[in-house]
Ligand binder design. Structure first.
Ligand code: GLU
Length: 503
């Protein structure tokens, strides 16, 4: 089998959309599965759409997601440079060959002339139907063309699409897809600034970089027949890569494409990392900063359009590499079910090492704790949260004593008997050595037994006294983490502060 060489080929026109991460992931999985090569090529020939910082953002996003690159921008490799703007000199010769062979032509039309052609009839485009009314090397004499070129007049080179031909490509996901060439327009291949367009640069580079599979989003399917024509005209048909156009990502309800606007409205991220638009200053929070773990996001993205054919849902990157197959990618659009993404995050947080989460707590929360306590806190809180920062948001009481107390519990469950029991518990604690979860339970049980009150009546008021909240993680471990002195102090404060219901 031919060596598997795939490329992720983003344009640095802004932040990388989450769909781009999925495209990169599928390329990566195929490459790794076959000991192939994953290439990162930056397609920056459209200077007008270049956004500063976008390339770095793409590199950082892939690194965060764990998608490693073998060849390309930031890494180098045998086909360097991998940034198309630095490969400018390469494309001209292919455009010239296409012109010389009668498969492309010079066009000298001004913007005004093109606009007039488009206005003349509603669906007009520069194609087999209109090109003979335009100012190009098909309609001008050879001498006129030479004069214009010699005079340095502005021109573009356009593909000369043949009329009424069937152009077929074999898509690995969609099967045979056939287009009639009359639907295609004579796409510009070389622009007047001397830069190639996406179509020419993309095909030339895929050929020169020996790409075996082009895996990209469905939005590129309409361009594929043009690319097939280019391979044919350049005599590269036998080296044409296999195409796979990935299903669209849809809004969670399946109604239309997942857009940034839709994600904003529904309050979830669309970019892997936080992105500040350099033009508007607008900041869009990323998956990372929202609290998604990269492994969880990757697992979720892998299932957007692919499934393993089994019940298994949790896959590490290595497991994905083994299980992935192009045959199991769907044609139908994939709903971006953000609740599923959250479910994945919960699963990965539960499975995450306490040390790693404790590390984050100490670095990100701004709270002070010993490593030992931080580990204990995350170990009892991680079952309860979707995002790591919720551990310290919901576990704030570990670090600061409550000054307000859940009113519902206070009014329903706080009474003289409870106060008496808590005071006795506090008293009993002072006589103890160090407090741990087991001794806390024993002391509480002996106090409640001696006062003849069910522990059920005391647990929630005790929690409210210590944490301010009606619910939370295991109370005995909570007391162990707080430590004897702090538990006594908080009980003392609560007993003074909470109004007794004199019934
Ligand atoms: N530069 C294109 C993009 O931004 C690449 C499409 C392709 O993979 O051919 O998505």
């Amino acid at each position: 089998m031919k060596e598997i060489r795939v490329r992720f080929a983003p344009s640095p026109t802004g932040a990388l959309h989450i769909g781009g991460v999925r495209t990169a992931l599928y390329n990566y999985l195929l490459a790794r599965q076959h000991n192939g090569t994953m290439i990162l090529r930056i397609e920056d020939t459209d200077q007008g759409r270049f956004v500063p910082g976008a390339e770095e953002y793409i590199l950082q996003s892939l690194a965060w997601a764990g998608i490693t690159i073998d060849e390309g921008v930031g890494v180098g490799g045998p086909h360097a440079p991998y940034r198309q703007s630095e490969r400018k000199h390469l494309y001209q010769q292919y455009a010239q060959k296409l012109v010389a062979d009668g498969n492309a032509y010079y066009a000298f039309d001004t913007e005004v002339e093109i606009a007039a052609m488009r206005k003349a009839s509603p669906n007009a485009q520069y194609d087999t139907a209109t090109r003979l009314q335009m100012k190009n090397s098909l309609t001008l004499s050879a001498t006129e063309v030479e004069q214009k070129l010699a005079a340095g007049e502005k021109y573009v080179i356009r593909l000369q699409v043949p009329a009424n031909q069937e152009v077929t490509l074999n898509d690995l996901i969609r099967g045979e897809v056939t287009f009639n060439s009359s639907q295609l327009d004579d796409k510009v291949l070389m622009k007047s600034d001397g830069m190639p367009t996406y179509h020419l640069a993309n095909v030339v580079d895929d050929y020169l970089m020996k790409i075996s599979h082009v895996i990209r989003g469905e939005e590129w399917l309409p361009s594929a027949p043009l690319h097939v024509l280019l391979y044919r005209f350049l005599g590269w048909e036998n080296d044409m890569p296999q195409f796979a156009h990935l299903p669209l990502l849809l809004k969670p309800d399946g109604n239309g494409k997942l857009s940034k606007r839709a994600a904003d409205q529904m309050g979830f991220p669309i970019f892997p990392l936080t992105w500040k638009d350099p033009a508007t200053g607008e900041v869009a929070k990323g998956f990372k900063e929202t609290g998604y773990l990269p492994e969880a996001l990757i697992n979720f993205l892998a299932f957007l359009g692919w499934n393993p054919g089994t019940e298994q849902e949790i896959f590490s990157m290595d497991e994905l590499i083994k299980a992935f197959s192009m045959e199991r990618i769907n044609k139908a659009g994939a709903k971006f079910d953000i609740q599923k993404a959250q479910w994945y995050n919960q699963q990965y947080i539960k499975a995450a090492s306490n040390e790693a989460l404790a590390d984050r707590l100490l670095n990100e929360s701004g709270f002070m704790a010993t490593l030992e306590n931080a580990v204990k806190i995350v170990s009892i809180m991680k079952e309860r949260v979707t995002f790591p920062q919720e551990i310290w948001e919901q576990g704030k009481f570990f670090f600061t004593a409550p000054t307000t107390f859940d009113q519902t519990v206070v009014s329903k469950k706080w009474n003289d008997e409870v106060e008496k029991t808590l005071a006795a518990f506090k008293e009993a604690l002072t006589k103890e050595g160090t407090l741990n979860a087991i001794s806390a339970k024993q002391i509480l049980e002996s106090v409640t037994a001696s006062l003849n009150i069910g522990t059920g009546k005391i647990m929630q008021p005790l929690r409210v006294a210590l944490t301010g909240n009606a619910s939370g993680p295991d109370l005995m471990i909570t007391m162990e983490i707080l430590g004897k002195d702090e538990v006594i102090r908080r009980l003392g404060y609560a007993l003074g502060a909470i109004q007794v219901n004199k019934s």
